[in-house]
Design a protein around this ligand. Structure first.
Ligand code: FE2
Ligand code: FE2
Length: 278
């Protein structure tokens, strides 16, 4: 983009939204007319919902970055968060453009009122809770889900966009566990805060299950087709999302929570699974 013709704001944003690996995304190669409205409409809804969740992550990461700064976190935390915030800007932009490519409006109305988290109680406790929830659970499940979506996607543009997001989300979940382990080091408030958080795990599991469409148990999720028929724009069937949730929780999240000191995570999870209808 030639300098002088555009705002510095726009030029910087265009640089930030380029995928970290692989070349720029070729939006012009996508031909909407190859698909029917019945195929495009659910894909548009999917990517609009993703745009919303990416704006959500952007908000939370931005808030966390300043809260960690206020708590005196070392400079490398700021560096890592600067990267992750720029990643979420990229994701929000990619999902918005994807929606537009699929025939949606250029200015999506995402109803973002209320996405900022208010701080309840001490800041350190709030930050510990948000890292466990948004990173250890949220980003880990998101990485899992996008991996499955990449395997399912057969529309080239969708593959490129999912790949760009997946590269970043994998890093976010790895970093999240590192941050959580560092934040869960012993201090005079840790035990009290960890117990409070441990008591919240059943509700957190419920909330993420709802987000991941895990309305029924793992047996159901694993016995259904993971994708719907037809051209795939990077989405899964309801059971496919639920399966990514169960696999991610069982293989990554629950063992990870145990490793950072949540000794009741496994029994809480087992109770949660037993409560799901088959
Ligand atoms: Fe993201
Ligand atoms: Fe992320």
């Amino acid at each position: 983009m030639p300098e002088g013709d555009t705002l510095g704001l726009t030029r910087e944003h265009e640089l930030i939204i380029q995928p970290r690996k692989g070349g720029p995304i070729d939006w012009s190669a996508f031909d909407e007319s190859q698909f029917t409205e019945a195929q495009l409409a659910p894909a548009r809804e999917l990517w609009k919902h993703r745009a919303f969740t990416e704006f959500h992550s952007l908000t939370h990461f931005t808030q966390l970055a300043s809260q960690l700064h206020a708590l005196g976190a070392p400079l490398d935390w700021s560096g890592a968060f600067a990267r992750m915030i720029s990643d979420e800007v990229r994701h929000a932009e990619l999902c918005t453009r994807m929606t537009e490519a699929l025939g949606g409006p250029a200015d999506l109305d995402l109803e973002l009122d209320g996405v900022h988290l208010s701080v309840q109680g001490p800041l350190r406790a709030h930050v510990r809770r948000t890292i466990v929830s948004a990173f250890c659970i949220g980003e880990t499940l998101s990485g899992r889900m996008f991996k499955r979506c990449l395997a399912a996607a057969n529309v080239p543009l969708a593959r490129d966009v999912v790949t760009a997001i997946l590269v970043d989300e994998t890093f976010h979940s790895e970093l999240g566990w590192e941050l959580a382990a560092l934040l869960m080091r012993e201090d005079d408030t840790l035990e009290k805060e960890r117990t409070a958080l441990e008591n919240e795990l059943p509700q957190l599991f419920e909330d993420f299950a709802t987000q991941c469409l895990a309305t029924r148990g793992p047996k159901w999720a694993r016995s259904q087709p993971e994708v719907d028929e037809g051209p795939n724009f990077g989405g899964l069937s309801d059971a496919g999302y639920a399966r990514a949730f169960y696999d991610g929780m069982e293989e990554d999240v629950v063992p990870g929570l145990e490793a950072i000191g949540f000794s009741r995570a496994r029994e809480t999870w087992n109770r949660f699974v037993a409560s799901r209808p088959d």
